[in-house]
Design a protein around this ligand. Structure first.
Ligand SMILES: NC(=O)c1ccc[n+]([C@@H]2O[C@H](COP(=O)([O-])OP(=O)(O)OC[C@H]3O[C@@H](n4cnc5c(N)ncnc54)[C@H](OP(=O)(O)O)[C@@H]3O)[C@@H](O)[C@H]2O)c1
Length: 119
């Protein structure tokens, strides 16, 4: 009996990925595309979107870029509206946006880092 492909259920699924331009996001987007999913990738700047495209080895027809700053509620609403308008549905959300600053305890954390993670 042939082995079941655990990623088969992702074929043609519309997956919204936040943080798609990050270290984790790029690897996840590649895995999703390789599995046959359609990825709506959230980005903030064109250069970061280009970084994702370069990581993937070039444009992919199943990849769509949608710009949004997720700290802005109105932009999140516009993002979801734009993805629904383009693809008709969203089957799954992978919320990988975020970030990490390591090493320092609270007292040694800069105000800039603190503000970044308080929004
Ligand atoms: N990597 C790991 O091994 C690991 C392990 C455990 C947990 N995590 C968590 O997983 C998340 C992602 O990790 P990562 O390593 O991929 O981090 P990363 O490389 O710093 O990527 C962060 C991603 O989030 C996006 N982002 C940040 N703020 C945003 C905003 N306001 N609006 C829209 N997008 C925003 C960034 O967009 P830009 O490209 O525009 O900056 C980038 O795509 C983090 O929360 C991290 O703590 C990661």
């Amino acid at each position: 009996m042939p082995e079941r492909n655990p990623f088969e259920s992702l074929r043609k699924k519309i997956v919204l990925v936040t943080g798609a331009t990050g270290g984790l996001g790029k690897a996840v987007v590649k895995r999703l595309l390789d599995a046959g999913a359609v990825v709506a990738a959230v980005y903030r700047t064109e250069d970061r979107l280009q970084g994702l495209v370069d990581f993937l080895g070039g444009e992919r027809t199943a990849l769509g870029g949608f710009r949004a700053d997720l700290t802005q509620e109105s932009e999140v609403t516009e993002l979801v509206d734009a993805v629904l308008k383009h693809y008709g549905r969203i089957d799954a959300l992978l919320n990988l946006a975020g970030g990490w600053r390591g090493g320092a305890d609270v007292a040694a954390t800069s105000l800039d880092d603190w503000d970044t993670f308080s929004t």
